[in-house]
Design a protein around this ligand. Structure first.
Ligand code: DC
Length: 223
């Protein structure tokens, strides 16, 4: 029996990470935050003085990236980098290393290895199209760039951090353009994905919508 996988893809700031976590908790399944892998890789490459534009050098870093996910924390070589990888700069670095085909290849098996019983919820950009193309349930979560930037703005302000809304809108647009425009595994919905536009939906409403799909595809699960 193949391990059941639910993929949640979409651009940054749609709340897919939150939905993936809530859903995996609810199901008692593992959760793969693939964006965190690219973020850690960007950080590791920068720390080693590797140019983010050097595909082969970054792929070498990716091949034996000492990353661990322990109790919701992200460790790079044993150091807790959970906060460090969440900055806008780390997001942009992740997006830059993610354009290189050899880098994506180097991370592919690591992501697929996360699928173990009883199941996996995987969030990212290419979970449904490339990493788990046979997943029985694929969600594509979208929202307008303005709403995503506004959510990010409130999140940063809530943490007492400095934030500028127009800059955030611009950052989000730039990252979207790179993620959608790259030649390999571009951000796009799989043909068989269920598209959910969360522009005017709360997280609770999105979760309800996703749970409806989960019940449809996995009627045997008790939720
Ligand atoms: O989901 P996130 O914002 O943490 O992702 C950071 C960047 O990593 C994103 O801009 C593009 C890249 N990424 C990717 O190319 N493929 C994935 N499956 C996940 C993230």
């Amino acid at each position: 029996m193949p391990v059941p996988v639910i993929t949640i893809d979409g651009p940054s700031g749609t709340g897919k990470g939150t939905i993936a976590e809530l859903l995996s908790d609810r199901l008692g399944w593992r959760c793969l935050d693939s964006g965190a892998l690219y973020r850690v890789l960007g950080l590791a490459a920068e720390r080693r003085g590797v140019s983010l534009d050097d595909a082969d050098a970054v792929a070498e870093v990716a091949a034996d990236l000492p990353v661990d996910f322990v109790s919701g924390r992200v460790l790079l070589d044993g150091e807790d980098v959970s906060e460090a990888i969440r900055t806008e700069q780390a997001g942009m670095a992740a997006s830059r290393v993610a354009v290189h085909p050899p880098v994506r290849d180097a991370l592919l098996q690591r992501q697929r290895a996360m699928a173990c019983p009883p199941g996996l919820v995987a969030d990212g950009r290419d979970m449904g199209t490339v990493v788990f193309p046979l997943a029985p349930l694929k969600i594509f979560l979208d929202a307008s760039a303005e709403v995503r930037a506004d959510r990010r703005y409130k999140q940063l302000k809530g943490k007492g951090l400095d934030a500028n809304l127009p800059d955030l809108v611009e950052d989000i647009r730039a990252r979207d353009a790179r993620d959608r425009g790259r030649s390999v595994a571009p951000l796009c919905a799989a043909d068989d994905a269920v598209i959910v536009d969360s522009t005017v939906m709360s997280i609770e409403a999105v979760l309800d919508r996703v749970l409806k799909e989960v019940r449809r595809v996995f009627p045997e699960l008790v939720l």
